[in-house]
Design a protein around this ligand. Structure first.
Ligand SMILES: Cc1cc2nc3c(=O)[nH]c(=O)nc-3n(C[C@H](O)[C@H](O)[C@H](O)COP(=O)(O)OP(=O)(O)OC[C@H]3O[C@@H](n4cnc5c(N)ncnc54)[C@H](O)[C@@H]3O)c2cc1C
Length: 464
């Protein structure tokens, strides 16, 4: 048992956790050694399931004392390989730390364990008319600790911002065995550096989040969901301009192309609700009164900005429109082999960027299909490049490396980021310097040595 780990460590771990809290079953090693990416072969030595923050801290201290590498593992929905254990590491799963505390209705906060499932937090708080507005397709599996470690974005960023804006307090375990309480229920606390923010988005390389006090907001009121068809990305941006000045609050502004719709049709066998168009916009807005909304819609059609459109007439129709957007990732994977990229651009550069991207692929990678979709309202594009059917998988994977370099050169040229919301993990590590300067990377490395001098926490991730 635990054969790849030093025997002194195995004994110490047995003293620290019960037998039911450690597994070396091959199936479980496979399951817990990977995230949503399928690029690396999982090969952890064991998986530990602590039940309390004190146990996490004790295991981390043991790992540091015995030079054992440890990979923090949440819901394993990450798309950057951050939770992958491929080199005999100990996986530390937070899934048994799912405590959901009482909702503080006056302060609008809730304290939860790091292993709490994102959607479970939503359900827990809804009863009090409150919600944690971190929302995306994987919310049924992702965990609060993973959301915080990746500073997750999602479909509501345009309205509420990123995860970091919705975390009031953090409890973090360090390799020294210390447990830090950073912030809590205080809205205001200007007492020096906000250490909490250093851990948010750090992908488990500085410490392990064991619990968090989440900031809540009221559950949204009635919303309207629209799907519009437009001729090109300029049309998408024109709808966006109009929506920004519209008589409502934008809840979500998403975009996808006909190529994504084609694959949705193939995979889900659905009939598109509007005429085929080059680009589609999914818009959700809060609380428009009917007359003002209709006036806004009429102008959109009369001015020729959209060529077709529909509105969800009730909750199930609205959900069906959302299913189009949220079913894209699954449909691309079910109908081919996508190579995924998640980039951010200043909104004003989106059109020029996508035109240059299409030109680049037409010239240098003919036959490669680009499926574009994303949270366009905040400048976030998911660039999915599909393997041509007649190209062997290994040739495609080799070539995607070269293609990534071309894509990131373009992103850099337009002042964008190589990772909008998925993080760096293993997959984006070679490209970090396209967005971060040498000085910034050096500073991050110094911080890493300060928090984790032996380099046992998620080694090989994020930092080149
Ligand atoms: C279909 C689909 C749709 C998605 N849509 C979005 C989207 O719209 N926006 C978005 O931002 N992301 C999206 N994602 C990516 C993913 O769901 C998020 O990154 C999510 O926040 C990861 O949470 P997790 O619990 O699954 O983390 P994991 O994948 O388990 O881990 C992610 C990283 O965090 C570290 N980690 C996990 N738990 C802890 C902890 N307690 N302490 C310290 N480090 C920890 C891991 O080591 C790893 O580096 C999507 C994924 C899928 C599969």
């Amino acid at each position: 048992m635990l054969s790849a780990l030093p025997s002194s460590f195995q004994q110490a771990l047995r003293d620290c956790l019960s037998p039911a809290q450690v597994t070396v079953e091959p199936d479980e090693l496979q399951t817990y050694g990977r995230d949503w990416t399928r690029v690396h072969t999982p090969a952890p030595s064991a998986v530990a399931f602590p039940r309390s923050a004190e146990e996490v801290a004790a295991v981390l201290k043991l790992c540091a004392e015995h030079d054992v590498a440890v990979v923090p593992s949440g819901g394993r929905t990450g798309l950057a390989g951050g939770a992958v254990a491929k080199d005999g590491e100990l996986v530390l799963s937070l899934e048994r730390m799912r405590h959901l505390g009482e909702v503080d209705e006056l302060g609008a906060t809730v304290r939860v364990g790091a292993g709490a499932i994102t959607e479970a937090v939503h359900h827990h708080c809804e009863a009090k008319g409150l919600t944690w507005p971190v929302d995306f397709a994987s919310k049924g599996s992702s965990q609060v600790g993973g959301n915080i470690a990746t500073n997750a974005g999602g479909v509501r960023v345009i309205r509420y911002g990123l995860t970091r804006q919705w975390v009031m307090g953090l409890q973090v375990a360090l390799p020294t065995g210390e447990l830090l309480e950073l912030g809590g229920a205080l809205e205001k606390d200007n007492t020096g550096t906000d250490l909490r923010q250093l851990f948010i988005g750090s992908e488990g390389i500085y410490g392990i989040v064991t619990a968090a006090t989440l900031k809540l907001t009221r559950v949204r009121g009635a919303t309207s969901v629209f799907l519009f068809g437009v001729d090109d990305l300029d049309g998408v941006l024109q709808v966006f301009r109009r929506a920004r000045r519209g008589p409502f609050v934008i809840e979500a502004f998403e975009m996808f192309t006909q190529r994504c719709m084609d694959r949705l049709e193939r995979h889900r066998g659905l009939t598109p609700p509007i005429e085929a168009c080059s680009h589609y916009v999914l818009l959700e807005v809060e609380a428009p009164d009917e007359a003002t909304r209709d006036e806004w819609l009429t102008a959109l059609f009369e001015d020729g900005i959209v060529s077709d459109g529909t509105m969800g007439q009730d909750v199930s129709q609205a959900a069906a429109l959302w299913q189009l957007r949220e079913g894209i990732s699954e449909s691309l994977s079910a109908t081919g082999l996508p190579h995924k990229n998640d980039v951010a651009l200043p909104i004003a550069r989106l059109e020029a960027f996508t035109q240059e991207l299409e030109r680049l692929f037409a010239e240098q990678y003919p036959g490669w299909e680009i499926c574009l979709f994303g949270h366009i309202g905040d400048g976030n594009l998911h660039v999915n490049v599909m393997k041509p059917d007649d190209m062997p998988k290994d040739v495609f994977l080799d070539k995607t490396h070269e293609a990534d370099r071309h894509i990131f050169e373009l992103v850099q040229g337009h002042g964008g980021s190589i990772s909008a919301e998925h993080g760096i993990g293993l997959l984006k590590k070679p490209w970090l310097h396209y967005t971060r300067s040498e000085a910034q990377i050096a500073l991050m490395k110094r911080m890493k040595s300060m928090f984790d001098p032996k380099g046992i926490l998620n080694p090989g991730k994020v930092l080149p």
